[in-house]
Design a protein around this ligand. Sequence first.
Ligand code: GLA
Length: 380
Amino acid sequence: MKTRIQEKFKSLFGTEGQLYMSSGRINLIGEHTDYNGGYVFPGAIDFGIMAAIEPNGTDTVKAYALDLEEYVEFSLREEDKPEQHWPRYIFGVCMETLKRGGKVQGFNTVFAGNVPLGAGLSSSAALESVFAFAINEINGNGIDKFELAKIGQSTEHNYCGVKCGIMDQFASLFGKEGSLIRLNCKTGEYKYFPFHPKGYRLVLLDTCVKHKLADSAYNKRRESCERAAAAIKKNHPEVDFLSDANRLWLDEVRGQISQEDFLRAEYVIGEVQRVLDVCDALERDDYETVGEMMYQTHFGLSRLYEVSCEELDFLNKLARKCEVTGSRVMGGGFGGCTINLVKEELYEPFVRSAIEQFTLKFGHAPKVYNVVISDGARKL
Ligand code: GLA
């Protein structure tokens, strides 16, 4: 990837460019909790996006997406917002940097990546983060990493139409080799947890499906949560986010919100607690509890939050049958991957039977990713 990027940069722009890299992410537990002010527990992975970048002395960005073989130019004015999908992320990052008082001079860039698209591994956050990080460095802006994560998040909100939380961009920027990070999305406090589950492996199974309208369904989930939190706040003014509420307080407003909003909120309140329980269990090397919580999360995401799908439920059920320790849908949902915590000796038979049985049922094989927890955004 590195050589391909460097060669292309040289042939397009005649110079070398500086290389930067940022990562996709996994999340062990804590799904759809970030925009509810709750905990998440992600880590960056060894799949990422790499970019060569260099200021070009103009006010124009000249960008080449190597994997798509597409070249785009845009200037740094709001009315020059690119039509195409991928340049919007780069444009958004530039604009959000400017909004925060940062300097953004025009630049040349070539980028490529190996984060599977639509798999729930946050390829878009990797793209935002590599540019947020690089633009910050080459312009000497000195914006701190948490604010860089917010630049990526606001890019999603304001230029890509997804009202996401902070988890993906945070993980992509703060990732550390061998560690998961528990982030309190309300306060921004975070803690690294070394994650080397002896005798176990983490494997992702990608259904290779991405359901249409996933982005609008995601935004709807967020609205449900905000309605539930607003109803609870009437009785308990200290509640700003669903993560500030408890099950009893939610029960008090059962009659005032829709059944759908109630179920969404029930899931979130349970999930915030599960992250804490999983972190406690990890400190005791109690992987059985970690795994059980993962199954509970899957149940919640499937039945209460309704962001699973037939393919994901199938893989989850199969994991149970194969005595996999923990398994659940990962990321936003509506397709993408399951994350599985599996004992070494069960890895082979589980993966084999997942491939066989999934193919029989759906006519194509799931993809298998053995991810390594790695560093986040960096200069190479
Ligand atoms: C997507 C969003 C994140 C988070 C997850 C679900 O990945 O980008 O902010 O909400 O879904 O946990």
